[in-house]
Design a protein around this ligand. Structure first.
Ligand SMILES: Cc1ncc(COP(=O)(O)O)c(C=O)c1O
Length: 356
């Protein structure tokens, strides 16, 4: 571990524009009862479900950087879209309320019930003042086209529109998790633990940032990303986003200035990413029996709530790996809790059925 590298990274992060939205740093806590029940290694949980901003989650950290860019560009209006029960959209709605930005959300229906039910995140984002349109199709291309058309329409009406998470800004979301990696490395040192594995529910920016941050400070911690949906070239995409973030933070120059003079060197490649989609179950947004069982166990042993779509599936992966003996029994392991519990209310039928 190299605190010179940590200080350099901290300074690079401090140079970027950021709007304060979250309650940071989040705790890194032991899970003694949960760990004992599993009979495996001591599990520590990074509480990014406690980042603040209307029930917290990983996106609060990202919005600090990505909305700072919107504010810098003079935006008065934000447009975005994801699934109806998206945690990102709920946290974005809270951030826009706090910053006085008008928010338009164009949402996909992943399930039949999403077409009509106003509950969970879809209730909260409306309460926070977002103007919500539920699109008729579950089609990502049509959704992107609808977002572009809405942006055009509002710009023509004189609004200054910012659409976050575009190709030129997505690395700002990645950078938020570079920051988290640095936070975790320092917290492990304070707690005097030396974990080698970090489990996290991750589809793109979260894992890209964690892997980049750990590499930037020379940490041997390995990130085990558990994908909430079936991946398609995910590691390539993560490496590309992480390299874009590394450029913005000037890490590429620091790490390989000499090599770069000779050839074009990427800071990270797809081989640096381990992302597993074998715990998705039927598909994205459909809970699994293993996930719901993990959700109940953590809730009933530690009083901590996960969610049915993201974090419970990652927790199920961690439990499966402990039970199969894949993780050494005495080496601490970290579980990054990325939030999402408000979606519990969007899945009450599945959850009630799992309690029978
Ligand atoms: C609770 C939760 N965990 C994890 C993720 C995955 O984050 P990312 O897409 O940055 O990997 C999401 C994404 O929306 C989420 O809502």
């Amino acid at each position: 571990m190299n605190s010179g590298l940590e200080n350099k990274l901290e300074m690079a992060l401090a140079d970027l524009p950021r709007v304060p939205l979250g309650w940071l740093n989040t705790p890194l806590e032991p899970l003694p009862r949960f760990s004992a029940t599993l009979g495996g290694p001591p599990i520590w949980i990074k509480r990014d479900d406690l980042t603040g901003l209307a029930f917290g989650g990983n996106k609060t950290r990202m919005l600090e950087y990505s909305l700072a860019e919107g504010v810098k560009r003079g935006a008065d209006t934000v447009i975005s879209g994801a699934a109806v029960q998206s945690n990102y959209c709920r946290q974005l709605a809270a951030a826009c309320a706090k910053l006085g930005l008008e928010l338009h959300l164009l949402l996909r229906t992943e399930r039949e019930i999403d077409k009509t039910a106003i509950t969970g995140n879809n209730l909260i984002q409306r309460l926070l003042g977002a103007r919500v349109t539920v699109l008729p199709d579950n089609d990502r291309d049509k959704q992107q086209a609808a977002i572009a058309a809405k942006a055009e329409e509002l710009r023509a009406a004189g609004r200054n529109v910012y659409v976050p998470r575009q190709a030129d800004t997505v690395d700002l979301d990645v950078i938020a998790y570079v920051q988290t990696a640095l936070e975790v490395v320092r917290q492990c040192r304070e707690q005097e633990i030396v974990p080698r594995q970090m489990y996290v529910c991750a589809a793109d920016t979260t894992q890209a940032g964690l892997v980049l941050g750990l590499k930037a400070v020379g940490s041997p911690l390995q990130v085990r990303g558990i994908n909430p949906s079936f991946k398609d070239g995910n590691e390539e995409h993560m490496a590309q986003m992480a390299n874009q973030a590394a450029e913005r933070l000037n890490l590429v120059e620091c790490a390989s200035a000499r090599k770069r003079r000779e050839e074009d060197v990427a800071f990270l490649t797809a081989a640096d990413f381990h992302n597993d989609d074998s715990f998705v179950g039927e598909r994205y947004c459909v809970p699994t029996p293993e996930g719901l069982s993990a959700l109940r166990l953590l809730a009933q042993q530690e009083g901590i709530l996960t969610d049915p779509v993201y974090t419970s599936k990652a927790l199920a992966a961690l439990m499966a790996h402990i039970r199969s003996g894949a993780l050494p029994a005495h080496e601490p392991v970290i579980f990054v809790h990325t939030g999402g519990a408000p979606a519990l209310f969007g899945y009450t039928d599945d959850i009630v059925a799992s309690l029978q």
